[in-house]
Design a binder for this molecule. Structure first.
Ligand code: COD
Ligand code: ATP
Length: 196
């Protein structure tokens, strides 16, 4: 029987790094952030509602949503974040479920969902897998990757469930506080376990 594996973690904890490795090993990984980009792109199903709720100020000159602008609004305001989530999450779920059911016939399927626990989607997975990193490493990797100040990074980290809580709720944990090679070794151990 093939399993649905819910891969989660915190912002910049290393989900994409883990996902890329898992894909290289031949497993399908569905990335919620990619579906979110599809849903919010010009012509995507969530686009009109977002413009209605947030106004045309959040548009870039080419008519696409300026993600940095929208991010700076929603990461600092829980009420507006909830509005955006309501417009985007149902569409992400619909698109992902379709793909998942198709792929599951052939293989185990990994779902990379940053907000897996926040949105109660862990119930729909056979195994939950959290990419954990200690908080100071998370903050510095996020600041570096996104060019954010310390305060901005903290507000993004604070908009999610504490990573230690995700770690504790998860069936299996990958600790990405060390090197990438060390993360890959832990993934190999996990893959050996699910193939047993
Ligand atoms: C706010 C937006 C425009 C920022 O876009 P940007 O390209 O800068 O970031 P990206 O989409 O790559 O997300 C990066 C990370 O931010 C975190 N994040 C994004 N949205 C949220 C949210 N609503 N709540 C908490 N964390 C979030 C996740 O860890 C995600 O992996 C975009 O993230 C968005 O449309 N978010 C709403 C949909 C959503 O919840 N996506 C994340 C889970 S599916
Ligand atoms: N073990 C590691 N050592 C050093 N840098 C790392 C390591 N793992 C990941 N990184 C770097 O940290 C940043 C965050 O990693 P990654 O993009 O994989 O996280 P993520 O959880 O997918 O983030 P998000 O979902 O927020 O986009 C990236 O710049 C990545 O190159």
């Amino acid at each position: 029987m093939n399993s649905i594996i819910g891969l989660t973690g915190g912002i910049a904890s290393g989900k994409s790094t883990a996902s890329a490795y898992i894909e290289d090993r031949g497993y399908p990984v569905l990335d919620a952030d990619k579906f979110s980009r599809k849903a919010t792109a010009k012509g995507g199903p969530s686009y009109p509602g977002i413009i209605e709720a947030f106004g045309e100020d959040i548009l870039a000159p080419d008519g696409e949503i300026d993600r940095q602008k929208l991010g700076s609004i929603i990461f600092s305001d829980p009420r507006r974040r909830k509005v955006l989530n309501g417009l985007v999450h149902p569409e992400i779920r619909r698109m992902m479920n379709e793909e998942r059911d198709r792929l599951l016939k052939e293989n185990h399927v990994f779902l990379d969902i940053p907000l897996l626990f926040e949105n109660g989607l862990d119930d729909q997975c056979d195994i939950t897998l959290t990419v954990y990193v200690d908080e100071s490493t998370q903050k510095s990797r996020l600041m570096e990757r996104n060019g954010l100040s310390g305060a901005e990074a903290e507000s993004r980290i604070g908009s999610q469930m504490p990573l230690s809580e995700k770690r504790d709720r998860s069936d299996h944990v990958l600790d990405n506080s060390g090197s990438r090679e060390n993360l890959y070794e832990q993934i190999e151990q996990f893959l050996a376990k699910i193939e047993k």
